[in-house]
Structure formats: structure tokens, C-alpha cells
Design a protein around this ligand. Sequence first.
Ligand code: AMP
Ligand code: MG
Length: 336
Amino acid sequence: MDGLLVTVVKTLLLDPRCNPSALEQAAQLLRAGDLVAFPTETVYGLGARVFCETAVARIFTVKGRPLDNPLIVHIAALEEVRCLAADVPDTFWMLAERFFPGPLTVVLRRHARVPAVVSAGLDTIALRMPRHPYALELIRLTGEPIAAPSANRSGRPSPTTAEHVLQDLQGKIAAVVDGGPCEVGLESTVLHLLTDPPMILRPGVVTAEELSAVLGSPVGYWHSQETGPVPSPGVKYRHYAPQAAVVLVASWEAVRQWMANHTEANPVVLAPRPSQEHIPVVFRPLDVATLYAEFRRADAEGRSHILVLCTPAVQANPALWDRLRKAAASQLEEAP
Ligand code: AMP
Ligand code: MG
């Protein structure tokens, strides 16, 4: 077609385990202003150089991400904080000493030189130092912090393997660094440090108890029902959802009843352990590290429903329970 420029890219799969220059190639692409997905210990991120405004803007386009949903900036050394954040409180350094590198993101005041698009126009900035060695090395080789949300199409479950990234973004990004499956499998804890008390905007494996032990003071939770300005626009979107309907059930008895009422359905059950009695349904283990992979597998298999057995232990895990409730189309179903 005349005058229409269509850019088709083949997304490179770069695996440092069999290609010693994989990370250098990935860094070169980032330095040139391209987008590269990479593994972290939580989920795969879709990275752009933080000071390259056009590359950061492209993250929103390729993900289909709402423009008011800010990105997390990934650093490899603490001195990088000085050029990203302003008025950094002492409490930040206390948290960094204990939890960096690791699955904790801290929201601070944004430094004026950081492009506003990174934070979707907010005057704050979310910072994290991942502990995955490939992520740290990639940031060092690039020579600049990397803005990176999860490397999925917006609304899809976060990717925990390079294959998941390709399912969503093949042909739309320059490369993905393959580091195998992510260790944690759920997104980082996000802590807003400018509120009083500091507030958890998104639960993760770093808990409120661990944070308040370091801070020496209580930490709150931001709940989506609260009125007033939304401190983290991302939390208002429906996240983490597969195409199959996610149904939360309280017991195997509730699974049995659900099956009796939905004889046409083609479900899979995720549960901490298999049922002791014979219930004719496909069972898969419910585990933080493989939750999103199981969501994607159920979609690939064309399942109509994913029943998740939410034992008291599952409901007591803040990060897992948060993601399950966000993915579910319904309330917890209990057997009468
Ligand atoms: P993702 O990296 O895709 O998991 O999304 C990043 C999450 O961090 C979203 O829920 C954002 O809303 C949140 N976040 C990023 N930057 C900020 C910020 N400046 N203030 C509050 N929340 C933020
Ligand atoms: Mg995300």
C-alpha cells in the first residue's frame, strides 16, 4: 500500500545460558531506544531506557496500557536513586538496605528530570532493584535505569516465562531475554512511602509485617473502595485475568456442587492438594510461582472455567488472595 509504512520486527530470543553475548545484545538494543523484555524474580518486565521518552511511550502502545497507569523503574545500584527521586526520606534507605535487591517497589517523589510519561504524569516515581542476575546485569550494561511494567498485553496475566512474553508481544518488541521460569511468579509489593502511614498499594511476597518491622511503625493497606484520589492508578484496572472465568470455591464439596450445576462446562481445578474423594475434574496444583502459567495453560486448552480452591491458608496469603480476587468474576462460592 502506497505511503503506508508497516514495520514488522522479528522478536529475538536471547538466552544468556547458551549465548554469552545475549545480555550485551539486549543492552545494545535498549541503548538504541528499542524495547526488550527480560526476566526478574517476580515476572518478566518490558523494558525501555528511563530517559528515552519515545521508547517509554512505546511501552504503552505495544502493551495497550492505559496512559494513566505508571511504570516501575528498575535500578541496579543505589546511587541511581539520586537522579530519579527527590526529597528521599531516611525510611527509604532503611527499606533499601533490607529489601533491595528484591520484590519490593517503593513510591517516592519524582525527580524533575525524569520524563513525566514514566509516571503517567504523576509527580511520584516507583523504584525497585530486582534481584534476578540477568536483570541487574542488563541494567548495568545499558548504563541507565530501565522503566519496565510486566511484559504482557494489558489485561492478560503477567508473563512468568519468555514463551508467555512471545505469546503476547511477538513481532512488537525487539527482543526477549530468556531466563527460564520466574522464581516468585507474582508482581512486587508496591509501598507508597509519602503517605502517613506508608501504604501498601499492591500486596506481594514482602509483607506488611516485614515492612513495619524495618520502619518501626505501622504500614497500612490501600483498599480500592476508599474515596479520594487513587494513589496508584494501576490498581483500579481489572488485572491478572485469563479468558476463562475464574471461580473461587471454598471446599471440594463446593467444587462437586458447582460441577453438578454446570454440566456443560469444561473446567480445570487449581487446588493446594488433590481431592481425597473421586471428583471427575482436571486437577492442577495451586502455587504462587505457577498461578499465571496455569491461567495461560487453561486458556490455551480452551477451558471455560478455572475453579480455584481457596483454603484458609490461601486466603491468608495477601499477595495470592489479592490476585485471585482480582482475576475472579465472582465471590467465593461455599457449599451450603
Ligand atoms: P506493573 O509493572 O505492570 O505490574 O504495574 C506497575 C504497578 O505499579 C501498577 O499497579 C502501578 O499503578 C504502580 N505504580 C507505578 N508507579 C507508580 C507511582 N508513581 N505511584 C503509584 N503507583 C505506581
Ligand atoms: Mg502489569
